[in-house]
Design a protein around this ligand. Structure first.
Ligand code: BG6
Length: 470
């Protein structure tokens, strides 16, 4: 550790969550069902017909009732920003309603009141893997063009209601996960193996247009708002120095980067048009769509957990585990208990890549280690000695410092699951990311009490010194 810091004054330190992973109260306050209410196993198993009692998200960590205490704990760590999402089905219970649900809107007013009380800047995700279930069942989610207008109405409602209180907005969480997890990410009810590429790319186009339209609406309704896109970042290394492997990396990169390219440039890049051509896909893109897409984002935000390798050699193309998309395992890296390969340097690479490519301010809105924790007693106080989590976060933040030295503009950092939450991919509570331990287990048992982990004090010190203690 040093006494100087590469982090600029005003750098926004904080944490991030999503409504469906924390709120619970899945039927309270007029909320409608979302796709998550029928995903008791995350993306590991198919959806259920109805919400089932084994679905931990139905109660989550009860943030719906405990938000004030939880936000007070965030404030105790010195958070300057808190990223959370608004549950679409709290505001429009069926997604296609014409009038919003006032009780849902009032809940987020109360959340914003608490944040304001503590001087914490909100960073709001408009859509985080929680499409109203009705839109999935009635319209097959984002495969349908009609979703654009439903999303527009929803976004406009949020900008009108909260636009004077919320500066930073994200349109779609990890928009590039759509092709990998169509039900969770795009509310697409048709099973993945029955979907055509044409349907998936059309859904992608609808989301990109919806995002751009929301950006345009924000400019009218909430002129101080900063609208960002949100992508799942995944640095990809060639498995060998063979040129064919480098091409495989380029192709895999393109498949991921096209979303950010459209969000920042307002049009589809040539390599993507080639993909469509070669697949024989003709997308339905109207002149109005093309005009809408020109409403580009103010900043680019992203999640970062891991990197992968890629190869052109089918014999070496083994499938590793990973954050929704997975990839070829990199033999030089260690992995988490869930098989996600740990690579702090990858974060510096991705920051540089995005900055060089898009020249937009960046916001790291997810990063962290999902790990099993053990609640112990130290000096009569219940805690978790999570040195592994501290090491992970410290190593990653050191690389953020390197990227800042490289000249990259980074607005802030919100670590993922700053309080333990239900995991997205596996719907477990035992996959914990938090600085705050929540007493709830995979079988649903537990008191829901909160306990500060060792990383709680560590992060508070990082924030207090603006990164000088890293
Ligand atoms: C991202 C999502 O993919 O990764 C989050 O935006 C998710 O919603 C996070 O929780 C970590 O993944 P998981 O599966 O460990 O919860």
């Amino acid at each position: 550790s040093t006494t100087t810091t590469p982090f600029p004054e005003g750098f926004l330190w904080g944490g991030a969550t999503a409504a469906n992973q924390i709120e619970g109260a899945y039927r309270e306050g007029g909320k409608g069902l979302s796709v998550q209410d029928v995903m008791p196993r995350g993306i590991v198993a198919p959806r259920t017909a109805e919400p089932t009692p084994d679905n931990l998200k139905l109660e989550g960590i009860d943030f719906y009732h405990r938000y004030a205490d939880d936000i007070a704990l965030f404030a105790e760590m010195g958070f300057g920003v808190y990223r959370f999402s608004i549950a679409w089905s709290r505001i429009f219970p069926n997604g296609d309603d014409t009038e919003p649900n006032e009780e849902g809107l009032a809940f987020y007013d109360r959340v914003l009141d608490e944040l304001e009380k503590h001087g914490i800047e909100p960073l709001v995700t408009i859509s985080h893997y929680e499409t109203p279930l009705n839109l999935a069942e009635k319209y097959d989610g984002w495969t349908s063009r009609e979703l654009i207008s439903f999303y527009e109405r929803y976004a406009r409602t949020l900008f009108e209601r909260y636009g004077s209180r919320v500066k930073y907005w994200l349109t779609f969480n990890e928009i590039n996960s759509l092709l990998h997890a169509p039900f969770m990410s795009g509310g697409i009810n048709t099973p993945k193996d029955e979907l055509t590429d044409a349907q998936l790319y059309q859904a992608m186009h609808h989301e990109l247009v919806a995002s751009a339209r929301a950006t345009r609406i924000a400019r009218e309704v909430a002129p101080d708002a900063q609208v960002g896109c949100m992508v799942l970042s995944m640095p990809i290394y060639p498995l060998t120095p063979a040129p064919a492997d480098a091409v495989a990396v380029m192709d895999a990169d393109h498949a991921n980067l096209v979303y950010g390219d459209v969000h920042t440039r307002g049009r589809y890049p040539g390599y993507f048009l080639r993909t469509l051509r070669e697949k024989g896909i003709e997308l339905d893109i109207t002149d109005q769509d093309r005009e809408d897409l020109l409403n580009t984002v103010d900043f680019v935000s992203f999640s970062y957990y891991m990197s992968i390798a890629e190869t052109a050699d089918p014999a070496k193309k083994t499938a590793g585990k990973g954050n929704i998309m997975g990839g070829v395992p990199n033999p030089t890296l260690e992995a988490s208990e869930w098989g996600w390969q740990i690579d702090p340097v990858g974060l510096r690479l991705v920051l540089n890549q995005f900055w060089d490519r898009w020249q937009k301010p960046l916001f790291i809105v997810e990063n962290g280690l999902g790990a099993k924790d053990r609640l112990v007693e130290v000096d009569g106080v219940k805690t978790v000695v999570d040195d592994y989590r501290i090491a992970y976060l410290n190593d990653h933040l050191v690389q953020v410092g390197e990227a800042l030295e490289d000249g990259v503009t980074v607005l802030g950092y919100t670590s993922w699951g700053c309080i333990d939450i239900v995991s997205a991919s596996t719907a477990q509570l035992s996959k914990r990311y938090g600085f705050i331990y929540v007493d709830r287990n995979d079988d649903g048992s537990g008191s829901l009490e909160r306990y500060r982990k060792k990383s709680f004090d560590w992060y508070a010190e990082v924030i207090r010194t603006n990164g000088a203690t890293l």
